[in-house]
Design a protein around this ligand. Sequence first.
Ligand code: NAD
Ligand code: UGA
Length: 472
Amino acid sequence: MVKICCIGAGYVGGPTMAMIAYKCPDIQVVVVDISVPRINAWNSDRLPIFEPGLDEVVKSCRNTNLFFSSDVESHIADSDIIFVSVNTPTKTRGLGAGKAADLTYWESAARMIADVAKSDKIVVEKSTVPVKTAEAIEKILNHNSRDGVNFQILSNPEFLAEGTAIDDLADPDRVLIGGRQTPEGQKAVAALKGVYAKWVPEDRIITTNLWSAELSKLAANAILAQRISSINAMSALCEATGANVSEVAYAVGKDTRIGPKFLSASVGFGGSCFQKDILNLVYICECNGLTEVANYWRQVVQINDYQKLRFVNRVVSSMFNTVSGKKILVLGFAFKKDTGDTRETPAIDVCLGLLGDKAKLSIYDPQVSEDQIRRDLTTSKFDWDHPQHLVPSSPTAKSKEMVTVTWDAYEAAKGAHGICIMTEWDEFKSLDYQRIYDGMEKPAFVFDGRNAVNPDELRKIGFIVYSIGKPL
Ligand code: NAD
Ligand code: UGA
């Protein structure tokens, strides 16, 4: 029986390994993590992440051929294929701070593999890493390994999106595997391809060299984010001219060369990866002397910051140039629907911007806990993490009484002056807005950062509605 170990039981490691175990009953999969609470949660009835369909997949093979353990070393030693799916955040200090990927977790995982491996291993980069990372990992492994133990490094970046992870894993557009162009490298590529081929059609499994695979991941995220910044830039022009961004996106997306996906204008993209991966790409370009290329990609993040700032300014200016002391209901805090993940969610920047103008916030999200929201709004972030001017300078703006977190949207709306929709949760479409309106101060405003609700219906009730990129 082939044994797979995955280091990192996060948003990628957990679901990806659960899918491999589910589709390959003849493979034993163990997911290990240094975080004991996280492993305990994977072994419990309440998984550490919310992802539609994940519970069913995990429960169908957990403790059969899928295991979660904090005994990192022994499972690494036992396995034939080791996936590394640890976090690779943006560096916060030192060389490249604010842009470069922090590979500390990756390096410590690699050192641990070298330390405990007594037999040959295939080591798979699952985390998103800078191009050429495999070379560094090879050096760490080969200089620290026991005599006679050989390692083959593969790059197998993950393309799942949160909220649709299970569908993305079960039916991926493609699986990408990069390896050394040597007989041993190609043998390792074939072994990993054999795992995916159990359920992914062969023509969707792309094999390539290591550097192309590593760079393809950064390129895919950069180009996806670029589409959002492109349509968001258009949304500003739509608002200035009376065009409707949804109609523009529809007309543009009908061109089969462009396609309809990823053209929804929004308050801005969030999530743990787009910004981090683009900044990483910018840094790699700069390191290679490609200043113009770096500036081109940096602009994608700058437009995203501009969009969040524009949204906050619109709220404040529409509400008679001040939100001081006004109650604002924030609907949604996660960075997109169907996830409880708040990493880099635009809701953080918008809330901080409103708090900076002394608004009182009442926040509701069906999947995000009060603790998480309070942590997100009080954790000191770095300058490069927020669009300028959005971080409140006054500590009182962050104080507890300025923010209420609630589990009932109707209660939260009572006495509110405005509503900001930050996440496109389906349930927000079917709220009883008449009931909400009746309990609000007048004039009652809706600022829809996701174009989630029908502005005409809300206007009929009496709301003043601002939608992204749509005529007032
Ligand atoms: P995460 O923070 O949810 O999970 C990473 C886990 O690795 C954590 O639980 C951490 O405790 C563990 N870890 C760190 N160092 C360790 C070590 N030395 N030994 C054992 N465990 C260790 O991160 P994530 O969202 O799963 O992302 C992981 C990687 O995948 C990142 O590089 C990210 O860019 C990439 N990625 C993420 C997504 C996504 O949707 N989140 C999608 C595609 C790719
Ligand atoms: C994204 C990519 O889609 C995945 O392919 C990739 O694997 C992953 O990043 C990663 O590397 O982490 P994810 O961030 O989970 O996945 O979710 P997306 O659906 O891409 O949404 C990202 C952000 O863009 C969200 O805030 C979403 O609301 C926003 N978005 C998306 C828009 O504003 N408009 C759109 O048209 C699409």
